[in-house]
Design a protein around this ligand. Structure first.
Ligand SMILES: Nc1ncnc2c1ncn2[C@@H]1O[C@H](COP(=O)(O)OP(=O)(O)OP(=O)(O)O)[C@@H](O)[C@H]1O
Length: 249
């Protein structure tokens, strides 16, 4: 099977002598799949995504993205990937269209103006193109961040909390949009989220992280069944609190 992402025994220790933030993480995500990275605060999700993007150097382990070893051949992989995170702000003073042009240039997008116009139409950004990015509402910024994340037509998309701080209507709109995008392009998506409804809806497979380790994994349906629970939120609470329904023991 061809994989979008293979993570092999990944470890990140920030401070020598303290427990690693990511501690032996391994998984293989097929092309076209959507995987969820779940875990409580401090479980290691953002650290994992930062390593996958080459922003943080792993202490050990190997990442293969779209067939490229991230240690030796990072730029070939990064050109075909992209990400969005609410923690990384777009340059505030630049207008939305200037921001998108900068990223189009960075990713060497051909016919950048046509691509920006297409994304503006798809993500309902046309009215916002001339506004400074710093003046937009959280929902508007999220749509711009998605346009930035899609500018190079990525085959692998890393999304850290894609609907954090969005109202339920805008959150739902973004989720529907991602579902459509995935169906049209076959893009593989790794999603870190605290929104269990979102994960149940979008993800084929879920990795439950605790203290940097995968403590359970499976499709949302399998996990719910295995834990004898009603939904993924209850499974998450069982794992986070170390409790588990009788049916799962
Ligand atoms: N720059 C850093 N230096 C030292 N420790 C760090 C650093 N960044 C993160 N950590 C620690 O690494 C662990 C994992 O943090 P990380 O941000 O990856 O978790 P997370 O799952 O994304 O959490 P959240 O859901 O709160 O965003 C935490 O214990 C955190 O305190």
């Amino acid at each position: 099977m061809s994989h979008a992402l293979i993570v092999d025994n990944l470890v990140k220790t920030y401070v020598a002598g303290r427990p690693p933030a990511v501690d032996g993480l391994s998984f293989a995500m097929p092309r076209g799949a959507t995987y969820g990275l779940l875990g409580g605060n401090g479980a290691g999700k953002t650290t994992t995504i930062a390593m996958l993007l080459g922003l943080l150097v792993p202490s050990s382990g190997r990442i293969t993205a779209l067939g490229h070893d991230m240690e030796k051949d990072r730029f070939a992989a990064l050109a075909r990937m992209n990400f969005s995170s609410p923690y990384i702000a777009l340059p505030h003073r630049l207008s939305v269209s200037e921001n998108l042009r900068v990223y189009a240039h960075l990713y060497n997008v051909r016919q950048a103006e046509a691509r920006i116009a297409e994304l503006a139409r798809d993500l309902q950004l046309e009215e916002l193109l001339d506004r400074p990015a710093g003046e937009l509402s959280a929902g508007q910024k999220t749509r711009v961040a998605l346009a930035k994340a899609l500018i190079n037509r990525p085959e692998l998309l890393l999304l850290d909390e894609p609907t954090a701080s969005l109202d339920p209507d805008t959150g739902d709109w973004v989720r529907s949009w991602l579902e459509r995008y995935r169906a049209q392009t076959g893009c593989a998506i790794l999603l870190a989220s605290h929104n269990m409804g979102e994960v149940e809806r979008l993800c084929d497979h879920v990795l439950m992280l605790k203290q940097g380790r995968v403590v359970d994994e499976g499709s949302p349906g399998d996990l719910v069944e295995r834990f004898g629970r009603g939904d993924l939120e209850e499974v998450f609470l069982d794992i986070a609190r170390g409790t588990r329904a009788e049916a799962a023991q």
